[in-house]
Design a protein around this ligand. Structure first.
Ligand SMILES: NC(=O)c1ccc[n+]([C@@H]2O[C@H](COP(=O)([O-])OP(=O)(O)OC[C@H]3O[C@@H](n4cnc5c(N)ncnc54)[C@H](OP(=O)(O)O)[C@@H]3O)[C@@H](O)[C@H]2O)c1
Length: 374
């Protein structure tokens, strides 16, 4: 390890009951109500020791994924102060291990004010990791368009979750390259206000709606970044040959799309390949690797942002709250590249999207277009 490279911690939590069994194999086969009840009183615990993160110029860091074991809906429903207390305890565990910067995973960055209050109360700087998620997500979005032969400039794009921390910056970064962008969220007042404020700055046509189905039906390119705990993108609404890039965790796209719409490309937008030889070891079972449910050497972009800040010795609250400045997105993207992080290969519904798979999707889209035309 480089002598002065700080260590990091990252707060994780299970996204679903299946996830609980990955964190804690003993939970497999137990009924959902029991698992939920156990999680209500389960304290944060140190789940994963991350080693081997090494930049091409030899800088190295290590860190810990500390679990604040609540499901997304529990994070949203439980008293806010109780959830904050658990997240802060998870950060304290990281500090006890030697971490000097903390990242907030999935709903730990969504709950309340997007990390602002947590950062105020934390003994070390905190980042949500959303800036690098935005950078990776926008790159994945346009890679998907390219793979499907879609000309963005002639297309309508939809950002679902457009008023959110991630969604709002994605609108700004997508707009210069598409023909029209539709902003979608549930809260109509907030959405209208945001659109009024952002529309004059956007170089393309723009509109907004709370009707997700109607927006998706008009689009060839869709990016989702919602805090929904339910499916929001349904197979019936998707245009033939369209692309859905999803950043939300848990996912927004109905699993039915995988079986019912072979003519649509769905891609997870926020995965990155970590430089060096990253190893994610279960703290409770030394020698056994933690299954991140991602390909080898791959981590989420929000985890990667935390690692990059440690490697670059930038011990600061880099990304917090809503209203992220796109200059920060560019900055962390540059830092990540310098540290050797790269966009991961395309994945959809937990499987790699190969060139062969893309060819199949394009063929299915052509066939469906022919049927629709006749
Ligand atoms: N892949 C990664 O590495 C990564 C990293 C960080 C975060 N994430 C995920 O990204 C997602 C967004 O995070 P964020 O920090 O941007 O959250 P956020 O700031 O809370 O924004 C959420 C957005 O979604 C909208 N929304 C919520 N439920 C909706 C629904 N049912 N239909 C339509 N819109 C809905 C919200 O507006 P309304 O309330 O008005 O609907 C808001 O615009 C989360 O799922 C998070 O876990 C992924």
């Amino acid at each position: 390890m480089s002598a002065n490279t700080p260590k990091f911690c990252f707060v994780v939590h299970p996204l679903s009951l299946d996830d609980v069994a990955r964190y804690e194999p003993g939970a497999k086969g137990k009924g959902a109500p029991i698992v939920r009840k156990i999680m209500e009183w389960m304290p944060p615990w140190n789940a994963v020791h991350v080693t081997g993160v090494r930049t091409p110029d030899g800088r190295e860091t290590e860190g810990w994924f500390v679990s604040a074991p609540l499901l997304p809906e529990q994070m949203m429903e439980f008293p806010r102060e109780e959830v904050y207390a658990r997240i802060l305890r998870a950060i304290e565990i990281g500090v006890e291990m030697g971490a000097e910067i903390a990242g907030l995973g999935a709903f730990t960055a969504v709950v309340g004010d997007g990390g602002v209050t947590i950062a105020e109360r934390s003994p070390i700087p905190v980042t949500t990791g959303n800036s690098l998620t935005i950078a990776a997500g926008v790159q994945s979005f346009f890679r998907g368009a390219d793979e499907m032969g879609i000309d963005p400039a002639a297309s309508t794009a939809v950002v679902v979750g457009a008023t959110g921390s991630i969604g709002a910056a994605c609108v700004r970064l997508i707009a210069p390259r598409v023909g029209h962008v539709i902003l979608v969220a549930r809260n109509a007042t907030r959405l209208a206000k945001f659109h009024e404020q952002i529309a004059p700055e956007l170089p393309c046509e723009s509109s907004f709606t709370t009707d997700i189905s109607a927006a998706v039906r008009r689009a060839q390119l869709i990016l989702t970044a919602t805090s929904s705990t339910q499916d929001v993108i349904e197979p019936e609404d998707l245009q033939t040959g369209s692309v859905v890039c999803e950043l939300s965790l848990p996912h927004d796209v109905s699993r039915r799309v995988a079986t019912e719409r072979p003519d649509v490309l769905v891609t997870e937008g926020g995965n990155m390949v970590v430089p060096g030889a990253p190893y994610f070891e279960r703290v409770r079972e030394p020698g056994s690797e933690f299954d991140l449910n991602l390909p080898p050497r791959t981590a989420l972009a929000c985890m990667s942002e935390t690692m990059v800040l440690a490697l670059e010795n930038r011990l600061e609250p880099f990304t917090l709250g809503r209203g992220i400045d796109v200059r920060k997105v560019m900055e962390i993207d540059d830092m990540a590249k310098r540290c050797g992080f790269t966009l991961a290969g395309m994945r959809s519904f937990d499987t790699a999207v190969t060139a062969e798979r893309i060819a199949q999707i394009r063929e299915a889209a052509d066939a469906r277009r022919r049927v629709l035309a006749s």
